[in-house]
Design a binder for this molecule. Sequence first.
Ligand code: ZN
Length: 211
Amino acid sequence: MFIELVDALRCPNPHEESWLVAASTRMEFRHIVDGTLGCPVCKAQYPVRRGVVDFRRSAAGDGPVPWHASADETEAARIAAFLNLTDRTGFAVLLGGWSTHAPLVRGLVETPLIIVDPPDGTEGEPGISVLRCDGPIPIAAGSARGMAIDGGGVERVASAVRATRAKGRVLAPVSVPIPDGVTELARDAAMWVAERGTSTSALVTLHVRRG
Ligand SMILES: [Zn+2]
């Protein structure tokens, strides 16, 4: 887990958004290899092992979608283009099967990546931080410049959209319905790409007082 991206992680438990306190027992190249991330609000401790931060809860939740993809240069180029990863600022998030292409994406762009629920055995590497979770995506609201969604339950999709910044790109397979809070930009037979709106909720109403 890249130490600079720890600032963007949030406790997934149901309380106000809280940053996490990192305690590392082993660091390599500014990545936490072994350690823990602790929540100062609910005192939850999330272990970091072999560079992978584990946010999984014991109770059943929205799990990752089984999705067997193999790394593919064409897919990696499409991810980089659709998520508009033109420079090294910020970070982008690839969920589930999209994460298979992360090393090839990093070969094309300098944007740091966070991958969530990659295939078993995946470890972090420079430029690629790894999370596992079975609840909401544990990333701060409005912080990711791009998000590739793998599907999963409503909570997982909604939290992934929430973690994307305004005007950030959201990408998903066509099997995933367009969620609230994004506007579709384009689609092909396999995937759609959308832009995150500037409002978090479609339920916000503006009351204009006249006179
Ligand atoms: Zn907490």
